[in-house]
Design a protein around this ligand. Structure first.
Ligand code: ADP
Length: 455
């Protein structure tokens, strides 16, 4: 069922339920009002006829005649009067006799002073009437044809209004829902036009204060993010192919030159050494890309356990120094960092070690003394690791871009690298709920500050 029809139906049903409740209340109120009013009329009629009877101004025969005449035109009240012993002393008409008064009924009226009840479709009032020191019982009975027909007319009227109102409500609800939802149709048509190759398209903003405006804004926000990630992906791919092509072309050129003519063993060794360097560059790039893929994958699929940061740092230092003779790294622990708890985080030891190795490697790579100083301390519930050097520093204009994949500083051409080390470190640290910040002064040095929550 379409939302439009559902809204129209639900709103009609809700209003119908309220309307039906009001109709029932009106009917119940009118019905009980009619009943009590008619009992009061019967009471007044009983007293009036008893007054007439006992005052003697109108004789019984005239009263019979008035009753019979009125009965032809209106639902005349039939009155009966009993004396103290229960003997009938007056009756409007024996032959019609709407109420069969029993001795028990008369006793009940005498005991209660007033009795109101139904005899078939007739309403009956029984009351005690005192006259000249004697206590009489007067009963009055009649059918409230007028009141009941008024009630039936009211019921028919309310029911007809109810049915017509339901119909009008449904038509109006359908129209209002259609009007309210018509912009959605426009959105659906425009969304259908957006494809992978037309990601630059946006939905019209509409009214930003209403829900559809919010929907358009949220959708446009999603498209912005998608477009950025599509662009980043295609930039990433072209960067990878460029980074791979450079050492591969160099490798091929080295080998082709080596084969141009007969070489001495020394020359062959030199060419093979350079070819091996190019192969190592390709290897390190593919290893870095593999790590990036691992760190960027679904975090729930990465195995996380308790990892001691001091151990991961010592491992990273050992590997960096072994791979790069001449590099140095000092690890300084703060005063409280011998407490096992404050140096333990929940994470993946391989990924953390990879991030630290990149940061230590960068410190050494970009400083003339090839030294990294790593300081471990903690603030509140976070462990802080500072990787500092006294090297070239990073120009202010590059600070915002160094974490982008394949971004390399303008002065890095002479330094080996592929521009993915910091992207990898940042992805890994964020995967562990941490942050990485950089502070650098050109010519003075650089500090990367990593902060990770400890257990
Ligand atoms: P790579 O080192 O392979 O170029 P990274 O992603 O590790 O790639 O670093 C990106 C850029 O950030 C580097 O090219 C360099 O310009 C700059 N950079 C990173 N670390 C340092 C550092 N410790 N000192 C100076 N510049 C740095």
């Amino acid at each position: 069922m379409k939302i439009r029809t559902r809204i129209a139906l639900v709103s009609t049903l809700a209003t119908a339920a309220i309307f039906a409740g009001v109709v029932v209340l009106v009917m119940v109120f009118s019905s009980s009002n009619r009943e009590s009013e008619f009992f009061r009329t019967l009471y007044d009629e009983a007293v009036t006829k008893a007054n007439l009877f006992f005052s003697g101004t109108v004789d019984a025969a005239t009263m019979h005649e008035i009753y019979l005449n009125n009965r032809e035109t209106i639902d005349e009240v039939e009155v009966a009067i009993y004396d103290g012993s229960g003997t009938l002393i007056y009756h409007d008409d024996h032959e019609i006799d709407l109420v069969k008064e029993t001795p028990e009924m008369l006793r009940e009226i005498r005991a209660g002073g007033l009795l109101e009840f139904y005899e078939g479709r007739y309403q009956v009032v029984g009351l005690v009437y005192d006259h000249a020191g004697e206590s009489y019982i007067v009963t009055a009975a009649a059918y409230d044809g007028y009141g009941l027909s008024k009630l039936a007319a009211l019921r028919t009227f309310l029911l007809s209004v109810f049915i017509v109102a339901l119909l009008l409500l449904y038509i109006a609800g359908n129209w209002i829902a259609g009007k309210a939802l018509s912009p959605v149709k426009g959105i659906v048509d425009q969304v259908g036009d957006i494809t992978g190759s037309r990601l630059g398209r946006r939905l019209p903003a509409g009214n930003p204060a209403d829900e559809l405006g919010e929907l358009s804004a949220a959708f446009n926000g999603m498209l912005d993010r998608l477009e950025r990630s599509f662009e980043a992906q295609s930039r990433f791919l072209s960067n990878i192919s460029h980074e791979l092509r450079t050492p591969l072309s160099a490798l091929r050129a080295e080998l082709e030159i080596a084969m141009l003519k007969e070489r001495t063993p020394e020359e062959y060794r030199e060419y093979i050494g350079r070819a091996s360097e190019d192969a190592a560059s390709i290897e390190s790039l593919s290893a870095g890309l593999l790590d990036l893929a691992r760190a960027g994958s679904d975090s729930s699929r990465i195995s996380m356990k308790e990892v001691r940061i001091d151990e991961a740092l010592l491992d990273a230092r050992a590997v960096v120094i072994r791979a790069n003779p001449g590099y140095e790294a000092d690890i300084i622990f703060g005063p409280d960092e011998d407490d096992e708890r404050t140096v333990t985080v929940r994470g993946n030891s391989y990924l953390l070690y990879t991030a630290f190795a990149n940061l230590i490697g960068n410190n050494c790579k970009y400083s003339p003394d090839r030294t990294s100083t790593v300081t471990l301390s903690h603030y509140g519930d976070r462990l802080q690791i500072r990787f500092s050097d006294t090297g070239t520093g990073i120009p202010r204009g590059e600070l915002d871009r160094i974490f982008e994949p394949f971004y390399r500083g303008a002065d890095s051409a002479a330094v080996k690298g592929h521009g993915i080390g910091l992207t990898l470190a940042k992805t890994i640290i964020e995967l562990h709920g941490g942050t990485i910040e950089v502070s650098s002064q050109q010519g003075e040095g650089t500090v990367f500050i990593v902060s990770i929550p400890y257990i």
